[in-house]
Design a protein around this ligand. Sequence first.
Ligand code: RB5
Length: 151
Amino acid sequence: MLISLGSDHAGFAMRSLIANHLRNKGFEVIEHGAVSETEPYSYVKAGLAVASDIQTHRVERGIVICGTGIGISIACNKKQGIRCALCVNEFMAKMARQHNDAQILALGARVLGTSLAISIVDAYLDGLFEGGRHQERIDEIAHQENPSTKS
Ligand code: RB5
């Protein structure tokens, strides 16, 4: 599976760590955003690049990282059809897949230790969408973006 990663400067170190972890697990990775921890980079631009990779079906999953994960998740969720879930533990990450079919996971590099962040990534990627009533909820959300779809 190809995974799109994006971060601002605050998330750069964690993005590099996660990229290595994913490559070691056999995933292919695309990286967007900051090129160092010291050169400021917009979390909005980094998030939107990952959201675009999902919208265009270039990738199936994205992971976005900023200082708190808040700004970058808000930016991603402005884009049509994107469900980006900010998670602080493995349970949330698992539910983000099982119930919310989130295509993008958001993490806060200034919030999480590195080993917890890696565990959250693994829980997220292992989670499978359950469909059924959860699909109905997603359809309700999609209806807010596009009222011509069924709610
Ligand atoms: C950057 O200083 C910081 O504002 C950003 O990484 C993020 O936390 C925003 O939500």
